[in-house]
Design a protein around this ligand. Structure first.
Ligand code: SIN
Ligand code: CO
Length: 408
């Protein structure tokens, strides 16, 4: 592993954040040449490949002319011998959530602080020798593609939707038609960044033997996910007694007819149960902060109390980060008339406005030093929340401090 990433003042080059949101976000692609000048990835291809040998890492390999089918998909973990015997060309290795595995890689996410952090899915890294590609396809996510090493040609095509025809001879969702736009055909070099809005056909092909691409994906829930999620969440709280009633029933036109009055009663009942802003907020905050891999969250075996925090600050060195947010953790907060919540990895924790500033600071950092913990201890409500985060594994003690054995 080499040095950490040096981020520019803005990853959007000469385009302001406001301009980007107004003109490009979810609307049209944007190529930013040298978004990160002099970018050198903090991990090399061998280190990336090494990750795919591990059971806990989500990895895939796509081979254009696979032994069994075209665009054949292989799922990790992989054997060393499999990786060593790959053809020279025309395949891609993809590794999900490298930001969860290597904090040095996760540093890049700081460059996207003009977007809601709870929209981030993960940072995926792909490696491809010459000719490697995952085929022409579209995604439902917004994505920023950073060329990390080597060269890749990106061709953009037509807008797509559920009805866009896909190849039937592969498990991958590869488009049968790709209408390449000659004006959106670019070769990316290290440090170049390409933003793609959702549902736009794209096709990236490696032009060198050392092509690595980092993609930061921003997920968006489908209406189906929202409807089913909310229905489950609110549904659990509803009493048996609340049901369809028709005390206003008048003589039906025919005993088998379902008339407008019946449908109005259904709609009114649904509106009544869904019109619950507090429950909607709580559900959404929980849903958007669920971890991508719940197993990666390690709850404390012996739960902490604020006394543990007091003990920690007594012995710890002043400037060093003491506690850190777990790599895969997601934090968000909401302040509203229906309530104030801190959302952490799917949990919803209520708070009062007296600790609003502390909540903001908590959600602005991934590392906490002695001073932060001292300030936390001065606020009993904040201490209680912070201890909850530690106990559920969202925040953990840095290794140095664990090794120093100051705590029992
Ligand atoms: C890749 O990195 O090879 C593929 C990324 C994508 O097209 O979504
Ligand atoms: Co894609």
């Amino acid at each position: 592993m080499t040095a950490s990433i040096t981020l520019p003042v803005s990853i959007l080059g000469s385009i302001s954040r406001e301009e980007f949101l107004r003109d490009y976000w979810q609307k049209k692609p944007l190529l930013i040449r040298q978004a990160i000048p002099g970018f050198t990835p903090p991990l090399d291809i061998d280190e990336l490949a090494g990750l795919t040998l591990e059971e806990t890492v989500e990895a895939r390999l796509v081979m254009e002319q696979g032994p069994e089918s075209p665009w054949q998909l292989f799922n990790g973990p992989f054997e060393e011998s499999f990786l060593q015997n790959l053809p020279e060309k025309d395949w891609t290795l993809l590794v999900q959530a490298v930001d969860h595995l290597l904090p040095e890689v996760g540093e890049l996410l700081k460059a996207f602080d003009f977007l809601p952090s709870w929209r981030v899915d993960d940072l995926m890294i792909s490696y491809a020798p010459e000719g490697g590609s995952v085929g022409p396809h579209f995604d439902y996510y917004d994505v920023f593609l950073l060329q990390a090493s080597g060269k890749r040609r990106w061709q953009l095509g037509q807008p797509c939707d559920e009805s866009s025809p896909l190849r039937s001879d592969t498990r991958l969702k590869i488009l049968t038609e790709f209408e390449a736009n000659p004006e959106q055909d670019w070769v990316l070099e290290p440090g170049d960044l390409l933003y793609l809005p959702p549902q736009l056909a794209h096709w990236g092909t490696s032009l060198s033997e050392d092509c690595t691409t980092w993609s930061v994906g921003f997920r968006a829930l489908s209406a189906e996910e929202i409807l089913c999620g909310v229905a489950d969440f609110i549904g659990e709280t509803l009493e048996e007694d609340l049901r369809y009633t028709d005390a206003d029933l008048t003589l039906p036109e025919h005993p088998a007819v379902i008339d407008d009055a019946a449908m109005t009663r259904v709609k009114n009942l649904l509106n009544q149960v869904i019109n619950n802003p507090a429950a909607l907020s709580e559900w959404f905050g929980r849903a958007m902060t669920q971890t991508k891999y719940p197993d990666q969250l390690l709850p404390q075996e012996s739960p902490w109390t604020s006394a543990t925090l007091h003990e920690l600050v007594e012995y710890a060195a002043e400037e060093e980060p003491l506690l850190v947010v777990a790599e895969g953790s997601r934090l968000a907060f909401r302040i509203s008339t229906e309530g104030n919540w801190l959302f952490a990895d799917g949990e919803a924790l209520k708070f009062s406005l007296t600790i609003k500033d502390w909540i903001t600071r908590l959600c602005s950092n991934r590392e906490f030093d002695v001073q932060f913990i001292k300030n936390t201890l001065a606020l009993p409500e904040a201490s209680e929340l912070f201890v909850k985060l530690i106990n559920q594994g969202s925040v953990y003690l840095t290794e140095e401090d664990e090794d120093s054995n100051l705590l029992h």
